[in-house]
Design a protein around this ligand. Structure first.
Ligand code: ZN
Length: 347
């Protein structure tokens, strides 16, 4: 069978490596409760719970028998089952979609990414599980702040859509301000934006990026990547392309390509790299990694737990975003992409 975490061939539901990474070597083969019990617990905890979002979530922890149980304090895992078909389109694929997106980020693009897997309820239905990263090895809680907090964006000041009211450029400026030796973090951040763009995540808003630091330390770093999803497969009429604008002031920096197409293409991504200080040589490396990885992405989509329809939609979206959007430049506007040579080599 396939390992329900890394998707490689495995004798058991999780291969030994993932069993260790995810569960500290405990022999986990599934949950001891079903989806109905999940919703009962969810109701009980509702008033005290701090994790939020459109999908229902619960914290899990190991009890003294090494069984994963629901908890409302100090959980080490987050469990997200699929919502009902009335809530979102293709809801049966949502867990496999998030799991695949996380594995693409982690395994193929080597972006630090939260550990994740699919795990069966006692009824057999698969749910999405992710390991929390805001505890260190000794169980110490790390100080974590999402970018809404970092930039001091609140519903009081920016309105109820506050988490969509900023830009990736503003986030990059915060990274420059708060992370010492910020260049590797900026390159990491840039790559996260591109990957979100390619997988069709229109919900990469301020709360889906965070900084954290150990309690006794001053320096912060980007947390692992989390909440990755090809959202357009589930929410058809969703507005926006990524969640945030690329540029702080879109009015000051509309590229001709953007004006013509209405979405970001090569010209915008090159301008964005320039604005946040990524050197051409480094940008070439990033583009090279992205372009050379396409066959691996296609292969991983095939091995994922998505339905056949889901696999086809995921692959089609990815290839379209890559070829017709990210790597697309319009010659008649006099823009010659610096990355064109890299693109020509691999596409
Ligand atoms: Zn594995």
């Amino acid at each position: 069978m396939r390992c329900h975490s890394c998707l490689a061939q495995s004798a058991k539901i999780y291969c030994p490596k993932c069993m260790k990474e995810l569960f500290g070597g405990r022999k986990v083969s599934g949950l001891s409760f079903n989806k109905q019990e999940f919703y009962q617990k969810r109701k009980e905890y509702a008033k005290r719970i701090s994790i939020s979002g459109i999908q229902d979530k619960l914290s899990l922890a190991f009890d003294e028998h090494n069984t994963l149980v629901t908890t409302d304090i100090e959980g080490r895992y987050i469990l997200k089952p699929s919502p009902s078909e009335e809530q979102v389109d293709n809801s049966h694929d949502i867990c496999a979609n998030e799991h695949l997106s996380m594995q693409i980020s982690k395994q193929i693009f080597k972006i630090p990414t939260a550990d994740s897997a699919l795990i069966p309820f006692s009824s057999g239905e698969l749910a999405y599980i992710t390991k929390r990263f805001d505890y260190d090895k000794n169980g110490q809680k790390l100080d974590q702040e999402d970018f809404a907090a970092v930039l001091a964006y609140t519903s009081d000041k920016q309105g109820k859509n506050y988490k969509y009211e900023s830009s990736y450029e503003a986030c990059a400026k915060a990274i420059q301000m708060y992370i010492p030796a910020s260049m590797p973090a900026l390159e990491d951040f840039y790559q996260r934006i591109v990957v979100n763009y390619l997988i069709g995540n229109a919900d990469a808003h301020l709360k889906n990026f965070s900084l954290y630091r150990a309690q006794e330390r001053k320096d912060r770093s980007l947390t692992p990547n989390y909440d990755l999803l090809y959202t357009r497969y589930h929410i058809l009429n969703e507005e926006g392309y990524m969640g945030l604008d690329l540029f702080e002031n879109e009015m000051d920096s509309p590229t001709k390509a953007f004006e013509a197409m209405g979405y970001y293409t090569l010209e915008d991504f090159e301008l964005f790299a320039e604005k946040i200080g990524i050197k051409t040589k480094r940008l070439e490396k990033i583009f090279e990694r992205i372009l050379v990885s396409t066959p691996e992405v296609i292969k991983m989509i095939k091995h994922s737990f998505l339905s056949e329809k889901g696999k086809e939609a995921y692959r089609k979206n990815y290839e379209e975003r890559l070829k017709l959007h990210l790597c697309y430049s319009i010659e008649q506007y006099g823009f010659s992409g610096k990355m064109q040579k890299v693109i020509d080599r691999f596409l």
